[in-house]
Design a protein around this ligand. Structure first.
Ligand code: HEM
Ligand SMILES: *[C@@H]1O[C@H](CO)[C@@H](O)[C@H](O)[C@H]1NC(C)=O
Ligand SMILES: *[C@@H]1O[C@H](CO)[C@@H](O)[C@H](O)[C@H]1NC(C)=O
Ligand SMILES: *[C@@H]1O[C@H](CO)[C@@H](O)[C@H](O)[C@H]1NC(C)=O
Ligand SMILES: *[C@@H]1O[C@H](CO)[C@@H](O)[C@H](O)[C@H]1NC(C)=O
Ligand SMILES: *[C@@H]1O[C@H](CO)[C@@H](O)[C@H](O)[C@H]1NC(C)=O
Ligand SMILES: *[C@@H]1O[C@H](CO)[C@@H](O)[C@H](O)[C@H]1NC(C)=O
Ligand SMILES: *[C@@H]1O[C@H](CO)[C@@H](O)[C@H](O)[C@H]1NC(C)=O
Ligand SMILES: *[C@@H]1O[C@H](CO)[C@@H](O)[C@H](O)[C@H]1NC(C)=O
Length: 501
């Protein structure tokens, strides 16, 4: 089946299916929000030519009251972004690892929505700032929506979700000065040395990708795949750009921040508008239970990568973005992506950060968009039937269907397939707050410095670190140097020289 349709056609299908009502069609004249034809659009109702406004001007009040409520809270993180639609197509059979319906056969296509973003700054900020980029994909599969909410770095700054709010606060504005603050940034990073791996990505030229098309994406967290016989395997998702990697020099990125703050949004929109569709190839890396137990590093620690020589990339498919949103707020601002949106065949691993995220995203989205945010067309799955009802803005309240389970009326059963793909699994361990002191914080950062970067890359990294650390107080500069020394004596010496210490 060809699974490619526009949002309009999607709504039309829902209409035909009687899922949503046919009210709210376009009139060919101007109306109020309540649908009454407007008598005059260019003047409010006044007492005489130069007199007061009247409370009975419901056309004015309708217009102004809606305007007063036009803004919704911006995302608490990843506030500035760009989105597009397209499709995913399977190119390689991975059914021995996952029974997810979207992977069921080579050639199968699934409609997707993608949102790219910067992470640390506000909605009005610049696209080319040094930052990690969000790269999140919603797959509208025939067994529900699966969201792969990833980044353009393969690793994250922390490994325990309880530190996430503090991590974010430290990187944001100082609450007194309302300025970004090198002291609080380096204070946090140096007290949590596991941060250094991602910090090196951030301050290398990878921290300034050239727009959104020339960068890779990574699921970052570790997931679990379940196959049709109920066996599981751990997995990382990597999606590599077919356009080739490109990054900006720090100087060029700063120049663009001044000249074209919306550089990445513009680049993506124009590429798609001119039929120059960007694509990425999706790969998995897999690890068995036994390999996970034997691994020299914790495979559920999102500050670590899985070395490709031990866990090679296995191709899965390719996704292509070929459709711009028709309305940014409707399709992109209201998009609600969450790692908790999983489908049969894809499950969470014990990765702590992932477990924490499973709660955080739908929680923030109920607040940001309201309790029925899953009924907004861009978030709405292809099929829904359950016993959830009511709440603010319930648009599809499921008509006269039975509202409780079990019942003797609707004769609906759960899916046998979903039951088979959720076999029992055992866990054990003493309940405690483990902050594992034996965890290796530096080996992979050292490898990044020595082997992933070439000499030119190390030169840029050092320049960028010197620029970032120099505004910090002497005590934080010293602690940062010690941290760099844990990565490599060479890195420490070069940054120290750059700081003139
Ligand atoms: C416990 C850790 C984390 C928490 C509590 C957290 C929280 C959040 C929140 C509240 C949002 C805004 C969501 C919305 O309003 O729709 C968000 C967005 C996002 N997060 Fe996280 N985050 C965490 C870790 C991570 C990690 C490890 C990644 C890497 C894969 C990540 C990637 C993203 C992306 C890509 C978005 C933007 C999604 C979009 O485009 O709408 N986050 N996060
Ligand atoms: C982001 O900023 C733009 C431009 O001011 C505005 O149109 C949009 O509503 C803002 N989004 C949020 C969520 O605040
Ligand atoms: C599921 O994985 C197990 C373990 O690797 C394997 O023995 C079995 O054949 C797989 N099942 C399918 C349907 O591929
Ligand atoms: C940045 O891009 C240049 C040019 O494509 C490339 O040579 C360099 O390796 C990239 N740097 C990093 C850190 O990826
Ligand atoms: C795991 O370690 C044990 C004991 O060292 C060894 O016998 C086994 O082959 C290892 N398994 C894997 C998958 O590396
Ligand atoms: C429920 O609604 C459907 C469609 O509107 C209608 O055909 C059916 O008769 C209704 N059933 C009851 C019990 O009201
Ligand atoms: C639901 O499951 C019950 C018990 O297994 C069975 O008797 C019934 O026929 C099933 N109903 C449907 C609609 O499949
Ligand atoms: C790694 O860092 C954590 C804190 O971020 C610390 O608890 C742990 O002791 C460090 N590991 C080593 C081996 O120093
Ligand atoms: C990191 O560097 C500090 C200061 O040089 C040193 O005391 C500490 O032992 C180092 N930690 C590791 C894990 O190498």
């Amino acid at each position: 089946m060809k699974m490619k349709f526009t949002m309009l056609e999607f709504v039309a299908v829902l209409l035909l299916a009687g899922v949503i009502s046919s009210y709210g069609q376009q009139a060919n004249y101007i109306t109020t929000g309540f649908g009454a034809p407007v008598s005059y659009k260019d003047a409010s109702l006044t007492v005489g030519r130069r007199g007061q406004l009247l409370l009975e001007d419901t056309e004015f009040i309708d217009e102004m009251a809606h305007f007063d409520r036009e803004r919704i809270p911006e995302r608490n993180g990843h506030a500035k972004g760009a989105g597009a639609f397209g499709y995913f197509e399977v190119t390689n059979d991975i059914t021995r690892y996952s029974a997810a319906s979207l992977f069921e056969r080579v050639g199968k296509r699934t409609r997707i929505a993608v949102r790219f973003s910067t992470t640390g700054a506000e909605n009005g900020s610049t696209d080319t700032r040094r930052d990690m980029r969000g790269f999140a994909i919603k797959f509208y599969t025939d067994e529900g929506n699966w969201d792969l909410v990833g980044l353009h770095f393969p690793v994250f700054l922390i490994r325990d979700p309880i530190l996430l709010p503090s991590m974010v606060h430290a990187q944001r504005r100082n609450p007194i000065t309302f300025l970004r603050d090198a002291n609080q940034q380096w204070d946090f990073i140096t007290l949590r040395p596991e941060s250094i791996h991602m910090a090196l990505y951030m301050f290398s030229d990878k921290g300034t990708p050239d727009g959104y098309r020339y960068m890779d994406g990574f699921g970052v967290n570790t997931f679990k795949l379940i196959n049709a016989t109920g066996h599981h395997i751990y997995c990382k998702f990597n999606y590599l750009t077919d356009q080739g990697l490109r990054n900006l020099t720090a100087a060029r990125a700063r120049q663009l921040e001044a000249q074209d703050p919306d550089y990445a949004i513009r680049d993506l929109y124009n590429a798609i508008a001119s039929n120059n569709y960007p694509s990425w190839t999706l790969y998995i890396q897999v690890m068995t239970d036994e390999q996970a137990r034997n691994s020299s590093f914790n495979p559920f620690d999102d500050t670590k990568v899985w070395p490709e020589d031990i866990y090679p990339l296995i191709q899965v498919g390719r996704f292509t973005l070929n459709e711009n949103p028709t309305n940014y707020f409707q399709d992109v601002e209201q998009m609600a992506l969450s790692p908790s949106n999983m489908v049969p065949g894809i499950k969470p691993s014990p990765d702590r950060m992932l477990q924490g995220r499973l709660f955080a995203y739908p929680d923030t989205q109920r607040y940001r968009l309201g309790p029925n945010f899953l009924q907004i067309p861009v978030n709405c799955p292809l099929n829904v039937r359950n016993y959830q009802r009511d709440g603010a803005m319930s648009y599809n309240n499921q008509g006269n269907n039975t509202v409780y389970h079990p019942n003797s009326v609707d004769s609906l059963n759960v899916s046998q397939r979903a039951a088979a793909l959720n076999p029992p699994y055992s866990v054990s361990g003493d309940v405690y707050r483990y902050d594992d002191g034996s965890e290796d914080n530096f080996s992979q950062a050292t490898n990044f410095y020595l082997n992933v970067l070439d000499e030119a890359g190390r030169v840029s990294l050092v320049e960028n670190l010197v620029r970032a650390v120099s505004p910090a107080a002497a005590t934080y500069q010293q602690r940062a140097l010690d941290l760099f020394g844990n990565v490599s004596a060479d890195l420490r010496a070069r940054v120290q020289a750059g700081l003139g210490l």
